[in-house]
Design a protein. Structure first.
Length: 491
């Protein structure tokens, strides 16, 4: 059934090509930011209609992603003026294994259902199967086997994914297709640059009621590429990375990601002129910002906290990662503060203010270079003291595996934030050890774009603070309040 897309001209050519491809076996090999899942949501809605309408079963490795897809389907029903029920959510038990199902139903009896990315979830089903971010599922071949069995009943199987290394089962299937071993599949390939050339940024400007300019598009492209840094070839250019080079796989990171209401990020970006403002004015402005943006979040935390900070003055971000100790084995990330171009005095002011607004038990501060002054002040003045950490390759080799173990066990949560996840994504294996690559650091853009693994290092610092505690000498509290404790040098 050929579908008329004149009513949804919001689609770009490569997105229309996917919907108009009626091959029952198709793959979309794509870069991030191209709107592939969003496009398939429309396709799934259209495929429920008419005499040959079918059910769609959507699978992914991530529950939040699955729910978002069904929400996008509900959105599209309004755009194409189709009646549909509300988004349903229920817990299903199969073989004593509970899982969450998301669903919308249509008046003709058809439905779109979101399921976990496991083979048993689609057994005995009839209709269309969509496997999203297929390279990150642990049951790629099991799902493929179950899905192909549906074809005899007139179903279809579509795979959508970015790459996750050159040894993934998704990548192997693509190699087999291109080598002629698998001949029935149609393959769509959309790199980030392809999407931009076909109007992606222009469409973003249109949706956001923003004027398109060539300069704006160039800056936007630079910003996106700066986010992904060393991962840009795989994440944007559809070139799978060499196996083992990336220390924190994207699938593992995404499985630990939680929404902003569960792990908020607060960002402060100071102009260059702020440094030259009178000290009293700087102190008052940051105090107001802290009381509005940070203090209410800290007051929600009831238990003992630990804090890690990767320091930077202006070249990159200064990131503070705060977590709460639930028990002796459980550490829960609660708040991330990102500081861009913030003067030394105000960084100390913020650190001190954090310490008096929560039950701070341990802290670890990056003591390299310019960070040494802040780390020393923290060790001397904070009631818990602080570890002054001189980061070395051996320190990375010790702490990053501990952080990775917690992420693999989903015992450490991350924010569902592209910038923080990109910080983890640049960590690589070098000579058998995880390191932050010594690439040229970006010095352009806003607080979100000037990054060099800062969030990942801050998270590692936080874990280190929790595991090691403070071994520094008992702190000397120079005052019991007032601005002397919120400034390095007083007035």
């Amino acid at each position: 059934m050929k579908r008329n897309l004149s009513e949804v001209e919001i689609l770009l050519p490569y997105q229309k090509a996917w919907i108009e491809d009626e091959n029952p076996l198709k793959i979309w090999e794509k870069g991030r930011r191209t709107g592939a899942s969003w496009t398939e949501a429309l396709n799934s809605v259209l495929q429920t209609q008419g005499k040959k309408g079918q059910n769609t079963y959507y699978l992914s490795y991530n529950k939040d992603m699955t729910r978002q897809f069904i929400s996008d389907c509900k959105f599209w029903t309004g755009i194409v003026n189709l009646a549909a029920g509300e988004l349903e959510e229920e817990i299903i038990n199969e073989n004593d294994r509970p899982y969450t199902v998301y669903r919308i139903r249509f008046p003709n009896g058809r439905e779109i259902t979101g399921l976990p990315g496991v083979g048993y979830a689609i057994r005995s089903k009839k209709g269309r199967i969509i496997l999203d971010e297929a390279a990150f599922t642990n049951e790629f071949n099991d799902i493929k086997k179950a899905a192909l069995a549906l074809l005899m009943w007139g179903g279809s199987y579509s795979i959508i994914s970015t790459h996750n290394g050159d040894d993934s089962e998704f990548c192997q299937l693509l190699k087999d297709i291109r080598n002629g071993k698998e001949k029935k599949w149609s393959v769509h390939r959309t790199a980030f640059n392809d999407a931009v050339k076909q109007g992606l940024y222009r469409r973003i400007c249109l949706v956001n009621e923003k004027e398109w300019t060539l300069k704006g598009e160039s800056e936007w492209i630079e910003n996106i590429r700066d986010i992904y840094k060393t991962n840009a070839e795989e994440e944007l250019d559809v070139i799978p990375s060499r196996s083992g080079s990336k220390y924190f796989p994207y699938g593992m990171l995404a499985s630990c990601a939680v929404s902003a209401d569960k792990l908020p990020i607060v960002r402060l970006d100071c102009k260059d002129s702020f440094m030259w403002e009178p000290s009293r004015k700087r102190w008052e402005e940051v105090e107001t910002w802290f009381e509005v943006e940070i203090a209410p979040l800290l007051r929600r935390i009831r238990g003992s906290c630990c804090l890690g900070q990767d320091f930077a003055r202006s070249g990159n971000l200064s990131v503070i990662w705060i977590a709460e100790e639930r028990n002796k084995q459980d550490l829960e990330s609660r708040l991330i503060i990102e500081l861009n171009n913030v003067p030394y005095d105000q960084q100390w002011q913020i650190l001190w203010s954090v310490s008096i607004n929560c039950n701070l038990g341990n802290a670890a501060i990056d003591g390299r270079g310019n960070g040494q002054a802040l780390a020393e002040a923290a060790a001397q003045r904070l009631s818990c003291g602080a570890e002054m950490v001189m980061i070395t390759r051996s320190w990375y080799a010790n702490i990053f595996p501990k952080l990775k173990n917690r992420l693999e066990g989903r015992e450490f949560v991350l924010p569902d934030d592209q910038f923080i996840l990109s910080d983890f994504g640049i960590i690589i294996m070098k000579n058998g050890q995880p390191v932050v690559p010594n690439e040229e650091r970006s010095d352009r853009g806003d607080a979100k774009s000037k990054r060099h693994g800062d969030g990942a290092v801050a998270a590692a610092m936080c874990l280190y603070a929790w595991e090691e505690g403070s071994s520094s000498a008992p702190p000397v509290i120079v005052s019991t309040g007032g601005r002397n404790n919120t400034m390095f040098f007083g007035y």
